[in-house]
Design a binder for this molecule. Structure first.
Ligand code: NAD
Length: 271
């Protein structure tokens, strides 16, 4: 799908991959780019920059963990822009930790990494179908196809995001709804390199596992890959091509893959 002439909404647009996607999409001459984030000033900085470049853009400050706020967002955006053709459900959170992960961190991971994508699809998909079709790009992670050492809640909820994306693609393909799921490994953003650095051993393990598994890409490289993959309507968007091989190894010999990952974890822990 070409983004030219489309109405586009990006969540997590204040920073990192979402900001890069919003900027990159603006270069494709869409009708409007709606920048959504709980960081209102950050999102409006991005929409102001896009508008200054000549593309219509505005921002909405929304906490995507809030179910009612997502419905209100859809109502307000539909009223202002007449509907959305392309939804980038990109906002996400990550917490290091294993089985000791706090309930609050689990809840935030479900609410944002999975349920915000469910609720956004539920709110925007009927309008897309009415308009004759649309495109949903959910940002998951390579952790959603494989795992993320040291970050259990992240790995589990990103698998949820991949499963959701597959389900929508299967069920709504006939409604001319295209779906992609973005599954990068390391990308240079606040999530991977938080201000003040990683706090504890699990965080450090999670970060080291990502850093040693492959190159760290710039968000702009990922955004460019996303736009090109959408052009070809690829379901899996893999900015790190190695992920395809790891995913296939996991599927073809899961027991061997688990042993290899356990050895990798031991090596990281002893470094
Ligand atoms: N950085 C990586 O290495 C990497 C790798 C794979 C996948 N991802 C995924 O990419 C997506 C974007 O992350 P990023 O790396 O750009 O991180 P980031 O922290 O730079 O950006 C995340 C954005 O989401 C927003 N956000 C978080 N919770 C929100 C909420 N409740 N309501 C509204 N907005 C909220 C934040 O304010 C922030 O602007 C996430 O889904 C993340 O899981 C990142």
């Amino acid at each position: 799908m070409k983004l030219h002439g489309k109405s586009v909404l990006v969540t997590g647009a204040a920073s990192g991959i979402g900001r890069a996607i919003a900027r990159r999409v603006a270069a494709e001459e869409p009708v409007v780019v709606v920048c959504v984030d709980k960081n209102g000033p950050g999102a409006s900085e991005v929409s102001d920059e896009i508008a200054a470049g000549g593309t219509s853009s505005y921002s909405v400050a929304v906490d995507l963990a809030d179910r009612d706020a997502i419905e209100l967002l859809a109502g307000a955006v539909t009223e202002q822009s007449g509907g959305i053709d392309v939804l980038f459900a990109n906002a996400g959170v990550s917490f290091g930790g294993g089985l000791d992960t706090l309930e609050e961190a689990w809840q935030a991971s479900w609410d944002i990494n999975v349920m915000s994508q469910v609720r956004l699809a539920r709110s925007f998909l009927p309008g897309m179908i009415e308009r004759g079709g649309g495109y949903i790009v959910n940002t998951a992670s390579a952790a959603g196809l494989l795992t993320n050492l040291g970050a259990l809640s992240y790995a589990v909820t990103k698998h949820g995001s991949v499963a959701l994306s597959e389900w929508i693609a299967i069920t709504h393909g006939r409604d001319n709804i295209k779906v992609s799921v973005l599954c990068p490994m390391g990308v240079r953003t606040n999530m991977l390199f938080p201000e003040g650095g990683r706090q504890n051993e699990e965080h450090m393990l999670a970060q080291a596992a990502v850093l040693q598994a492959g190159d760290v890409l710039e968000p702009e490289q990922v955004a460019d890959k996303v736009v090109r993959a959408m052009d070809a309507e690829e379901f899996l968007i893999l900015p790190h091509e190695d992920v395809r091989g790891f995913y296939s190894f996991r599927a073809n010999d899961t027991a061997k893959w688990i042993s290899a990952m356990a050895r990798y974890q031991d090596r990281l822990a002893s470094d």
